[in-house]
Design a binder for this molecule. Structure first.
Ligand SMILES: [Zn+2]
Length: 553
């Protein structure tokens, strides 16, 4: 699906995003020296003496992580876990054989769920992009459809995620000394570190040379970012002492995997030759302070990765002719442009898309409030099901089934969800499956059409959409064909950028995450017992906060 010539090369947008992001970091670092003391009333020293490090590895798949650990080429992680016994049990650790992300299996929503212990419908952060109909505001902390990147900067400089979250963060709940390195969710932490000022010249040279493509893990932009963040956080520990909780966020694994041909195999190499080294440096810093022994370590990810073809044919993007945007335009809806802020003349939109990779959210207005062109809709008001939602549902259903209106969309969508609209002042209702005739409850649909490849679908869709902020997942939710059971030539993603992997679906491959609890020098059987008691036999991202609270009690 072709668009603007400048964006034919998907690398360009990624470069622009990274450039913008690193410029933000430059600015932020010049301003703060790469660290920010956040306003916080938490005690300056530990009361219990217990310590925990969370390694938050973006986009790391459990099979690739275990492969790296077993390979002999990730000695720091392997040494921390100790000898492998059986079924996830190690001498000093327990790696849950199965653990799940929330939905969508996308970065911002998943870290928000992990670091609040609450699902999107309760915490108000449902994806990498979303629309807030109460104020008619579009947010894009990770732009997927959006063409501008201003919100990327605000994640670092303005605590965009902290301001959006409606529930307490883990740091606010534990009330301990907490340092957070790079993670988008940092509201309530004692100290927030970004990257070391000295490394910006390196970043810019990576960007200018265009070596963002994932060829050599050690020499990638991704690795430079992870290295710099590690240096900065170790510097902070040297200056301010060892915290009770240290969160170490590594975005590099995800950036490198998306950009690598043969992505899953390359991810293993990145974990071996970059991530493991950085983990070793953090553990060494603790060792030097005599603080490693007995320290708990959690290794967790936001989502996995599904291999895709890096070709804009597989992008369900935002153009006027061949995209989901075009389906609604050709059905008579005025569709919001994929930008954060709009000119006044463009403010009369009746439909909004927010993209999450394999998922898309569609928000609809009550069009009786804005029939005329240039008349803005009353967005706080819910749409009418029959007059506003149903025509859009039918248009997507027929485009997917017969190629009506947009032939290129035929066969690209796996499932279409919708629900009876509710005012934003009330709890949003659960999504149901649209079968071309009517809405069918997800459980009932799955009994008739078993889909074991869509893991724990009903419960995870409830978490996303049924609750006080559930309306932020839209009036219609489109799930693209993504699961491994369809060949790679039949996987499609809602995005303005093509990659070698995508995520955001309910499929096992991008929804299964690593979830490891270790204790330096500790007992693996005890780790397993603690994990099972406080996170359950099959943990999910909502289980981490209760587990951490217990460990640091
Ligand atoms: Zn991610």
């Amino acid at each position: 699906m072709k668009r603007h010539p400048l964006r034919h090369s998907s690398g360009i947008l990624l470069l622009l995003i990274l450039l913008q992001w690193s410029c933000t970091l430059v600015w932020d670092t010049i301003w703060t020296g790469g660290e920010k003391k956040l306003e916080s009333a938490h005690p300056e020293s530990s009361s219990s003496g217990r310590r925990l490090i969370i390694f938050a590895l973006d986009g790391t798949t459990p099979d690739q992580l275990m492969q790296a650990i077993r390979s002999g080429n990730a000695p720091n992680l392997a040494g921390l876990l100790g000898k492998e016994r059986r079924q996830g049990l190690f001498d000093h650790a327990y790696a849950a054989p199965r653990a799940w992300s929330i939905l969508p299996s996308s970065t911002i929503a998943a870290w928000s769920a992990l670091f609040t212990g609450t699902p999107p419908a309760a915490n108000g952060v449902p994806g990498d992009e979303w629309f807030e109909r109460e104020t008619a505001t579009f947010r894009a902390p990770v732009p997927v459809s959006a063409l501008d990147t201003a919100d990327v900067s605000k994640v670092v400089s303005d605590d965009l995620i902290g301001k959006a979250l409606k529930t307490p963060t883990l740091y606010e709940m534990i009330k301990k000394r907490t340092y957070v390195s790079l993670l988008s969710v940092h509201r309530g932490a004692t100290l927030y570190t970004t990257v070391a000022p000295a490394s910006f010249a390196d970043f810019l040279s990576y960007l200018i040379k265009g070596t963002v493509k994932g060829i050599d893990p050690e020499k990638s932009f991704a690795a430079a970012l992870d290295l710099s963040a590690t240096q900065k956080l170790i510097e902070a520990i040297d200056t301010h002492g060892v915290p009770d909780l240290q969160v170490v966020y590594y975005p590099g694994v995800d950036i490198f995997t998306h950009a690598s041909e043969d992505p899953l195999a390359r991810q293993v190499r990145y974990l071996q030759f970059v991530t493991d080294k950085r983990v070793g440096e953090v553990l060494d810093a603790y060792q030097k302070k005599n603080a490693l022994n007995g320290t708990y370590v959690i290794v967790v990810a936001d989502h996995g990765q599904i291999p895709t073809l890096n070709d804009d044919h597989y992008e369900l993007n935002t153009d006027d002719e061949k995209s989901p945007f075009a389906v609604l335009k050709k059905s008579g809806f005025r569709v919001r442009k994929p930008l954060l802020s709009l000119a006044n003349l463009d403010a009369d939109y009746q439909a909004v898309f927010a993209y999450q990779g394999f998922m898309a959210y569609v928000y609809l207005a009550d069009r009786s409030t804005c029939e005329k062109e240039h008349e803005p809709c009353d967005w706080p008001r819910p749409p009418r099901f029959k007059e506003d939602v149903l025509p859009a549902l039918n248009a997507f259903y027929q485009a997917n089934r017969n190629g009506e209106l947009v032939p290129e969309l035929k066969g690209t969508i796996d499932l279409i969800f919708s629900r009876e609209p509710a005012p934003t002042t009330q709890n949003a209702r659960p999504f149901q499956v649209f079968d071309g005739q009517r809405l069918v409850p997800i459980g009932e649909y799955l009994r008739r059409n078993p889909r074991p490849d869509l893991s724990d679908l009903e419960r995870r869709m409830q978490w996303l959409a049924a609750g006080p902020y559930g309306h932020r997942a839209g009036d219609i939710l489109l799930l693209a064909k993504a699961c491994l059971r369809v060949p790679i030539e039949q996987r499609y993603y809602f995005a303005s950028i093509s990659h070698y992997t995508w995520h955001g679906s309910a499929c096992e491959q991008d929804s299964r995450i690593p979830f490891i609890l270790a204790q330096a020098g500790g007992n693996g059987e005890r780790m397993r017992a603690v994990m099972r008691k406080f996170a359950g036999a099959v943990p999910n991202q909502l289980s981490m906060a209760p587990l951490v609270r217990e460990l640091l009690k």
